[in-house]
Design a protein around this ligand. Structure first.
Ligand code: ADP
Ligand code: ADP
Length: 226
């Protein structure tokens, strides 16, 4: 397992848009960190830089004690869960979950063991042969999480994973994500604009505004009223 350290991380997009303005932050090994803030404040950009999906304009990103600035996403030991699930529509649930491991030349019996274990944890064992379109939104989101779990990454990255779900399911999945993170103990960074989600999920809450950190602390510290 590994913590994540950001040191004055910056992102300047073409056209001189400074989306992230020197963010420094330490995320402890095994903890759950939520980045919260209004649309456009730079939280998704920051997450994507940690994932390696966006280049870094300045500063340093460390996963454990490795500086990952120049590393490909596949070499960073992270797994990301997206809002739109990003499942392959023509593949079965099983193959969707196995895909990343197959690409890494993981032995077939090991893939099989990991997929079935993740399916059991997420209660999707009976859907393994289905295609994504044969699943409900909540089931799809579980498959997306299963695909992250089977990789056994050092870090989970979540980009508004529940925002396509209805309110009831959102609450249910929130509880499941928290339970799963506790059980697996994987360092997690979660982006949302939903304050209730942020408050209930986080060990460390990071409030962003205009590309910078506005406040950081436990949910109780951040939401304490004067
Ligand atoms: P959030 O996730 O908090 O909604 P984003 O990280 O998506 O914020 O965006 C931060 C800022 O960077 C916004 O002003 C947005 O318009 C800008 N931005 C995001 N992606 C790009 C891009 N690919 N090119 C130029 N500007 C971008
Ligand atoms: P191949 O790559 O030879 O076509 P598959 O990927 O279809 O083989 O399956 C390989 C292994 O994955 C099988 O032995 C089986 O254990 C497991 N598997 C594949 N699909 C499912 C499924 N729907 N439910 C449970 N296990 C499956």
């Amino acid at each position: 397992m590994a913590g994540v350290t950001l040191d004055t991380v910056r992102k300047i997009y073409a056209g001189n848009v400074e989306a992230v303005k020197g963010v420094s932050l330490g995320i402890e090994d095994g903890s759950f960190c939520v980045l919260v803030g209004p649309s456009g404040c730079g939280k998704s950009t920051l997450l994507r830089m940690i994932a390696g999906l966006e280049t870094i304009s300045g500063g340093e990103v460390k996963i454990g004690d490795r500086v990952v600035n120049q590393m490909e996403p596949a070499d960073r030991d992270i797994a990301m869960v997206f809002q739109n699930y990003a499942l392959y529509p023509h593949m079965s649930v099983y193959d969707n979950m196995a895909y990343g491991l197959k690409n890494r030349k993981t032995p077939k019996d090991e893939i099989d063991r990991r997929v079935k274990e993740a399916a059991r944890i997420l209660a999707i064992e009976s859907f393994l042969a289905r295609k994504p379109r044969q699943l409900s939104g909540g089931q799809r989101q579980r498959v997306a999480m299963g695909r992250a779990i089977v990789r056994k990454p050092q870090v989970f990255l979540f980009d508004e994973p529940l925002s396509n779900l209805d309110a009831k399911l959102r609450v249910q999945m929130r509880v499941e994500i928290k339970r799963l993170q506790r059980a697996l103990g994987v360092t997690s960074i979660y982006v949302t604009h939903d304050q209730v989600e942020a408050m209930t999920l986080s060990d460390k809450l990071v409030v962003m505004s205009g590309g910078q950190i506005e406040q950081v602390g436990s949910p109780a510290e951040v939401y304490r009223r004067p």
